[in-house]
Design a protein around this ligand. Sequence first.
Ligand SMILES: [Zn+2]
Length: 243
Amino acid sequence: MGETVIAEMTWEQADKRMKEARAVILPLGSLEQHGYHMSLDTDNIVGGYVGRVLAERTNCAVLPVVPYGQVWSAKDFPATISLRERTFIELVKDIVISLEHKGVRNVILFASHWGNTAPVKIAARELLDEQGYSNVYYLSYMDLKKHGDGIMETELWNGSGFHAGEIETSIVLHIKPESVDMERAVCEYPQAPGDVNLRPIPWINFCKSGIFGDAAKATAWKGEKFLKNWIDDMVRLIEENIS
Ligand SMILES: [Zn+2]
């Protein structure tokens, strides 16, 4: 049995490991459309893989991925399931409260679905305010341009947006290629309404494929290189800040 994957341990092994690990990592994914070419569990594939690698490299332990998330933006696409923000926050808080009762040293909330990043931060704030937990950290996609520099060929959507495009598709091509059908990968840079940042507008109103970016430019090589930069950076952040 592994040293990092809590779900594969007996309760006695997990109890010991959770207490001695630097942190327990909770990956937070989604069941969300990822274009015509990737499966609904894309964020869970990424969360499970990256969570495990992070745990192995930083003396952490990792919990199973939470497979549902806050997917408000894409919730009207067929087959996409979204939790209300409050439901998601309470779910995260309940898991953390349970972990804290087991005597863990730290908790890392790892949002592998971008929509989870805002509610994850709220959950951590409320856990500090209401429970006094100052050992709850959060990580997510970050510094996309820096980590993709010299690797990715296409622009982010509107300068910073991404979904099921070159970056995400490349990552999954590297870690689970059987979940990608490159023959159906397309390029779409949706034309958003002018007031997209002034009021809530679901993606279905202005995006056809569900993609924000160019999925057709993805390769496994790009995914491997991008992942290395991203994971190296998170390992550094964990080692420098969490003990
Ligand atoms: Zn995704």
